[in-house]
Design a protein around this ligand. Structure first.
Ligand SMILES: Nc1nc2c(ncn2[C@@H]2O[C@H](COP(=O)(O)OP(=O)(O)O)[C@@H](O)[C@H]2O)c(=O)[nH]1
Ligand SMILES: Nc1ncnc2c1ncn2[C@@H]1O[C@H](COP(=O)(O)OP(=O)(O)O)[C@@H](O)[C@H]1O
Length: 192
């Protein structure tokens, strides 16, 4: 069975978006009720929606999954995964552990679940340079231990400490090659 969906999961600022762009697969852009950060573009980073729009879609059973993460809603509209159901190129998506679990339930062995891990201090520094307030940094890091523990179910864990991006690029090539051959499901490794 070939891989249709690559899910990236990990704590805030562990490097999920960085690795997603280095993987170079078509991305699924999910919905969120959180306000855009400086430089984020609607439709590229997320579809930025109101809470009520998201809740309405959920009530209409048009959301595959929806989760609340530190006070904001995040969700995957059904429509966005229709291409996966139809087949075609594998796609990547960034989800928290609840969303990752749900999509894995749906797509089973067609899912490659990649955990992204970084030292807490690296995450803290990156959050600060991304301009988050000390309170926001504290909130986001309050779930760090749980999010690291949740990576235990992943097929593969990438250790994205500062200065490790050259190794990440090598591993991204390796993963892409595996997906191309259609045997991504057999990739099991940890570069920690
Ligand atoms: N379940 C679910 N989680 C999502 C979705 N989109 C993003 N997330 C997760 O929401 C969390 C917060 O994302 P974000 O506010 O962009 O913060 P970041 O992780 O610091 O970049 C991350 O753990 C994402 O993986 C989604 O559609 N569904
Ligand atoms: N290996 C790394 N070394 C140095 N900086 C990194 C590394 N990985 C990510 N970053 C930086 O850390 C910040 C958070 O990364 P990002 O990919 O947005 O994390 P996430 O999507 O998990 O929140 C970004 O500014 C990014 O450029």
């Amino acid at each position: 069975m070939s891989i249709s969906l690559v899910v990236l999961q990990g704590p805030s600022a562990s490097g999920k978006s960085t690795i997603q762009s280095r993987l170079g697969l078509p991305r699924i852009v999910t919905w969120t009720s959180r306000p855009p950060r400086e430089g984020e573009v609607d439709g590229t980073d997320y579809f930025f929606k109101s809470r009520s729009e998201m809740e309405l879609l959920y009530e209409r059973e048009q959301m595959v999954e929806m989760t609340e993460y530190h006070g904001n809603l995040y969700g995957t509209p059904l429509q966005l995964i229709e291409d996966i159901v139809r087949g075609g190129l594998p796609r990547s998506v960034i989800l928290d552990k609840a969303g990752a679990g749900r999509l894995r339930e749906l797509f089973r062995d067609r899912t490659l679940l990649i955990g992204v891990k970084s030292d807490q201090e690296d995450c803290r520094r990156r959050l600060a340079s991304r301009g988050h307030s000390p309170e926001e940094i504290r909130t986001r890091l309050s779930s760090y231990d749980d999010e690291i523990a949740a990576l235990a179910v992943c097929d593969l864990i990438l250790n994205n400490t500062d200065g490790n991006l050259n190794k990440i690029d090598l591993l991204a090539d390796f993963i892409r090659e595996g997906l191309r051959k259609g045997d991504g499901a057999s990739l099991r490794s940890d570069n920690a």
